[in-house]
Design a protein around this ligand. Structure first.
Ligand code: G3H
Length: 258
């Protein structure tokens, strides 16, 4: 069941630069994007560079319509947590934060309970979290994708007092592999996610909440994704590091806006 028509939600294209770009490269990348991106006003455009570049990029984006996001945060607000970055540190630098990316789940043992604490920390500090969910190849092949995602959502969103967030569906097998899911498959999973959101929050919240697809998104497949009713945008990895590719994705998203 499709809960509502796309026109009531915004298009969102977020670029996750992951652990790429030293400061100079980050500045160069933003300079190659910002004027043209700024002109596109029917899409929420978000870039998520490494922590060390946030302050500089905030300056470069001042007065533009491009939003800034962090790639992670810690769940405590301050204290003896060497190396960690808190929501209070991020709240005057950026508007968004990615939480529970599959790379953090896989390499840093971020279990659903930690994701949940990070979601609460983000909301506590006025950051809009983009919570990532998705099954890995083994789970996909064993037919457990829906139960895996259902659990990620149930625990990750547990006890939240606000649904002011986005969800990114990123099948792990599609990330960085060049093998994106088909639009049909992504739609099936994302309609499932929207139904789960309706159960966890309310149907109204589910209707309003943007759900993004992530996993080998490029200018060739973005329209296939955005043609689906439950796919509101994309979380783009590799292609967000190439200004021409990222701009092309955002431009196509703008044209596909209702
Ligand atoms: O956060 C972004 C995703 O992990 C997708 O990465 P990718 O576009 O390089 O596959």
């Amino acid at each position: 069941m499709v809960l509502e028509i796309m026109s009531q939600r915004i298009r969102v294209i977020a670029g996750n630069w992951k652990m790429n770009t030293v400061l100079d490269e980050a500045v160069e990348l933003v300079n190659g994007l910002r004027y043209e991106l700024d002109e596109i006003d029917t899409v929420e455009k978000i870039i998520c560079p490494p922590f060390i570049s946030l302050a500089k990029i905030k300056e470069l984006l001042q007065g533009t319509s491009i939003r800034l996001g962090a790639q992670d945060l810690f769940y405590e607000d301050k204290g003896a947590y060497t190396g960690e970055i808190s929501g209070s540190m991020l709240s005057d630098l950026c508007q968004y934060v990615i939480v529970g990316h599959s790379e953090r789940r896989a390499y840093f043992n971020e279990v659903d309970e930690i994701v949940n604490r990070k979601m609460k920390a983000a909301l506590r500090h006025g950051l809009k979290p983009i919570m990532c969910v998705g099954e890995n190849l083994k789970q996909n092949e064993s037919g457990t994708s829906e139960s895996v995602i259902s659990e990620q959502l149930r625990v990750g969103l547990s006890g939240l007092t606000s649904s002011n967030l986005m969800v990114a569906y990123e099948p792990v097998w599609a990330i960085g592999t060049g093998k994106a899911a088909t639009g049909t498959y992504a739609q099936k999973m994302m309609a499932f996610i929207r139904r789960q959101i309706a159960e966890i929050f309310t149907e109204t919240a589910a209707n309003e909440l943007p759900i993004l697809y992530g996993g080998s998104v490029n200018p060739e497949n973005i329209l296939e994704m955005l043609a689906e009713p439950d796919i509101d945008g994309a979380l783009v990895g590799g292609a967000s590091l190439k200004p021409g590719l990222f701009l092309s994705i955002v431009r196509q998203a703008a044209k596909s806006s209702c």
